[in-house]
Design a protein around this ligand. Sequence first.
Ligand SMILES: *Cc1c(COP(=O)(O)O)cnc(C)c1O
Length: 394
Amino acid sequence: MAHSEIPLSRPSITEREERLVLEVLRSGRLSIGPMVERFEQLIAERVGTRHAVACSSGTAGLHMVLASLGIGPGDEVVTTPFSFIASANAILYVGAKPVFADICPKSLNADPEAVERAIGPRTKAILAVEAFGNPTHMSEYARIASKHEIFLIEDCCEALGVRHEGRNAGAFGRAGVFGFYPNKQITTGEGGMVVTNDDRLADLCRSMRNQGRAVAGRGSIGTGASAGSWLSHERLGYNYRMSEVNAAIGVAQMERLDEIIAQRQRVANRYMQRLMDVPDLILPTIPEGAEMSWFVFVVRLAAGYTREERDRVIQGLRNHDIGAADYFPCIHLQPFYREAFGFREGQFPIAESVSQRTLALPFFGEMTDREIDLVAQTVQVILGREQLSRGTAR
Ligand SMILES: *Cc1c(COP(=O)(O)O)cnc(C)c1O
């Protein structure tokens, strides 16, 4: 593959991140320390939840939330097929069954009606995702969950800083989970965070991330006779801890969150302007009244375009040293899901039709106007070529 001169994404790292990382390195305390607590506090304050529990990845956070809620074999969890694979994989980790609900073609999130239809006697939770940070339908999922007396779990890995209908992403359900991989709004290298107002769920996650140990200072939340001792493991746990080094990056990133969101908004605005009038290109939609925090900039080709044509556009961009990717292939059509569960084409037609026509463009806060314009212009030229070859040029 060609070396990308304009990468798909790039984290925003300043001297502040370097300074805090150095502070940790010099402190000699590289895990289980004050930096993780500081990071947790910053996230809890921002989202407005009582608890924030840092962990090693968004995926680990989802796993712990599902396990904390007692979801397991025989249970079903309704979720979207149009997401990063981690959101459905976490359901498999606890032995439960993901039940997909087709998406709404505008928001790209699970269609609330399809979600409600997918709920059955075994359904324990809705695992909702803000696809590309779009918070549409979150309040509706919350209403559906409470009506059916099931949990709403928010996979808000793509939505840190998003606000909608008076609530922050992460605060719509029983628990929310953020991820801090380097392409997210903020990064810790690798990392994740569970947010919740549920004291018990938070304690269970704190215990589970640390090999099932009793939670320090809170005493036992299980029934372990020797609770409180460091080597007393009360439940099946994992090593899902976040290191102090990772947390230091996160603290610096959280201090700069508003600046980071504003930079990304500027890039999104300019893309919108530059791409608005390109024929056959569908731009992202933002719900009325939402305060966005952009994760990626994903556009899609008009209905009727094929996967092959979309892939040619991606390849064309890469040939010009411009990063591009097919966010997201449908989860149910991933080789593992086809093989393990027998999913096939045609089961979730809207997700499939959208997914074969989407493409992510380079997106990061430090993109220059010149870079944005170059990407927009190249998209237009390459798409024009496709239109010529199919005879739909205008
Ligand atoms: C990034 C992401 C995750 C996983 O986060 P990791 O930190 O990479 O484990 C989960 N769900 C969605 C929707 C994501 O975008």
